[in-house]
Design a protein. Structure first.
Ligand code: PRT
Ligand code: ZN
Length: 283
């Protein structure tokens, strides 16, 4: 039996549970408390604050965990990063009051920077040979400059809206983060085999996200052009239609470019275009 630690509530909770569910793992969420066992896979789920997940995995209380890479790096515990999970994307950035005339990192020499991530900040500033003092603040870091607690902040940025509404400007993007699967470095072979199966399932779910299955009828003479528009895993699947001079073409397309592709395909004579959702993709 493998134990996975995930966030109890907060930004990563829902996506972590969806990933497990899309990977075919049934967890009874109604009975969800501190610990719950999957009914169809040898795994139990331990719910924790994200801050505690790296240590819990490093100490072996949980074998694996889902947490932001920012927490992994900041806490500095001995865990292996096994897989990037594609959600919870954000960055750790330096930001200043928007009217400050930022000229480069030297501007921060001797200044005070407020953050909840002192280790990542210190490592970065040391690597750039900038001396600064760090004020460690647990929450609402973005109000520190206006409150006179610091000259600048180093905090998580996603859309950037929080910075703007606090009159701050992002001046350096320092560390890019997303949710990752971490593992205890000393798992036995039995647990490693379960982790391998889990990683395989997660990968097929992650690969299929943001992608669509597209099929259409296309004049045979336009196939060369169509293949250029639709590069696929190997190449698109092409099957002749009963009507001479026409083929059916199937492929997988990224959702964010699908309308551009459809426009280009229509321009070369594609008809009867169907776009279907994709559940899993095994490469
Ligand atoms: O209770 P617990 O300790 O478990 O949760 P928490 O409150 O410490 O963390 P939580 O749930 O806020 O975030 C968990 C993880 O989500 C973080 O460690 C990051 O890896 C990731 N993540 C992704 C984010 C954001 N995006 C994010 N935008 N974490 C925090 N934010 C904050 C940011 O600090 C800013 O103040 O959200 C605010 C809005 O951001 P903008 O730029 O979109 O305005
Ligand atoms: Zn936290």
């Amino acid at each position: 039996m493998l134990r996975i630690a995930i966030q109890t509530k907060g930004r990563l909770n829902e996506d972590s549970l969806s990933l497990l569910s899309d990977a075919g793992i049934k967890i009874d969420e109604n009975k969800r408390k501190f610990l719950s066992i999957a009914s169809n896979f040898p795994i139990e789920v331990l719910y924790l604050r994200d801050d505690d997940i790296p240590q819990t995995v490093a100490g072996g209380v949980a074998d694996i965990g889902i947490v932001g890479l920012n927490e992994v790096r900041e806490r500095g515990f001995d865990v292996n990063v096994l897989q990037k999970l594609g959600f919870g994307k954000c960055r750790l950035s330096l930001a200043l009051p928007k009217d400050d005339n930022y000229t480069g990192l030297d501007f921060l020499e001797g200044k005070c920077i407020a953050t909840s991530y002192p280790k990542i900040l210190r490592d970065y500033m040391d690597s750039k040979h900038i001396n600064c003092s760090i004020a460690q603040i647990a929450g609402s870091v973005e109000i520190a400059p206006a409150a006179g607690l610091a000259d600048a902040i180093f905090d998580i940025v996603s859309s950037g809206g929080t910075l703007v509404s606090n009159g701050l400007a992002e001046v350096e993007k320092v560390f890019f983060s997303e949710a990752v699967l971490i593992g205890n470095p000393d798992m036995d072979e039995e647990k490693k085999a379960i982790v391998d199966e889990l990683i395989f399932r997660f990968e097929s779910v992650i690969d299929s996200r943001g992608k669509k299955y597209i099929l259409m009828n296309i004049p045979t003479e336009a196939i060369g052009e169509a293949v250029k528009i639709l590069p696929a895993m190997r190449s698109p699947t092409i099957m002749p239609l009963a009507q001479e001079g026409w083929c059916s073409l199937h492929s997988v397309v990224r959702e964010d470019v699908i309308w551009d592709k459809i426009k280009a395909l229509k321009a070369i004579g594609a008809e009867g275009i169907l776009v279907l959702s994709l559940e899993k993709m095994i490469m």
